[in-house]
Design a protein around this ligand. Structure first.
Ligand code: NAP
Length: 285
């Protein structure tokens, strides 16, 4: 525990100015007695990603988080990619072991750990995912991996929902729908969990929410929004007022961060320190 050695970390993306990661990791490093661990925002234009990745080696970075728009494109520049990240098709964490760069996806870990902490059992459950983008892919893989009975993807663009479902057909019972369709409404009636992966309701558009009728859900269904700013979105407020249990996106964010930290340092950070750093940086708590 603790070290005066200098190590560099950062977050590759564009833009990265809004990222909470520098604040969260710096707080965790300080609390763990690593005052010389630097965590730097690294804005990188798409055409320069190769050079940035090589720069991680040249500048002896121990690791980097990766965010939009580089999560998929970075994979071809890495020396190895772990199995989860390969299936998801996206990397959010890169670890540098003596010049060998390995990519991981800790979003799926964060999602599964957050549901575990909320005592939700995925096995044999019927799940509905709202949205068909990058986070939906990681979550879909997590649900398949933990053997959900069925996963329904509802999105404004049925083709995208369908394409995502087809990518995972070998891993479980997965179907994509237009979220305005009759079939989708019917599926809501048997869902054990609904997970919002769209940005609808995220700060500053806090009055938005996905166009779904939560009252269709069976009693006790969990409504989960992976948005973390605000912690209680309009979707979650509506669910709470209807009497459903809810889960916000803070725990997934923190737990994926904890896993990346563990990959970087072989130690677990103080999650409360990370949480306090995150909450102090959010516009709305
Ligand atoms: P993404 O790849 O851009 O996917 C966004 C999805 O939402 C797409 O299906 C997109 O549909 C849909 N969407 C976007 N705007 C919409 C609108 N106005 N109406 C209907 N659908 C809309 O983004 P992502 O990386 O998956 O991230 C999505 C959200 O998850 C963000 O809010 C992000 O902050 C959050 N997130 C949270 C965590 C966490 O740890 N808590 C981790 C990752 C992501 P189209 O394809 O039709 O555009």
């Amino acid at each position: 525990m603790g070290s005066s050695e200098i190590k560099n970390f950062g977050i590759l993306g564009n833009p990265v100015g809004h990222s909470m990661s520098p604040r969260i990791y710096r707080a965790a490093f300080d609390a763990a007695g690593f005052p010389n661990y630097n965590y730097i925002p690294l804005p990188v234009h798409a055409g320069k990603l190769y050079f940035a990745v090589e720069g991680l080696k040249g500048l002896n970075f121990r690791g980097a988080n990766v965010t939009i728009p580089h999560k998929s494109t970075i994979m071809k520049f890495l020396d190895a990619v772990d199995a989860d990240a390969m299936i998801i098709g996206a990397v959010n964490t890169v670890v540098n072991d003596g010049g060998i760069l390995t990519g991981y996806n800790t979003d799926v870990y964060g999602f599964l750990a957050a549901l575990h902490e909320a005592n939700f059992l995925i096995e044999d459950s019927n799940a509905v995912i709202l949205g068909a983008g990058g986070a939906a892919r990681a979550i879909l893989w997590g649900l398949c991996k933990r053997r959900a009975e069925s996963v329904i993807i509802g999105a404004r663009n049925e083709q995208k929902a369908d394409a995502l479902a087809k990518d995972f057909l070998n891993y479980g019972h997965v179907e994509g729908f237009d979220w305005y369709s009759y079939d989708f409404h019917e599926m809501m009636k048997t869902a054990d969990i609904v997970i919002n992966t769209t940005p609808l309701g995220m700060y500053p558009e806090v009055d938005d929410m996905p166009p779904v009728d939560l009252s269709l859900l069976p009693e006790g269904a969990l409504v989960y929004d992976i948005i973390y700013n605000p912690a209680e979105t309009k979707l979650l407020r509506t669910a709470r007022e209807l009497g459903y249990p809810t889960l916000d996106g803070l725990s997934m964010l923190l737990l994926q961060g904890r896993e990346s930290y563990r990959l970087y340092t072989d130690e677990l950070p103080d999650l409360e320190v990370m949480k306090a750093a995150l909450e102090s940086g959010l516009h709305i708590k």
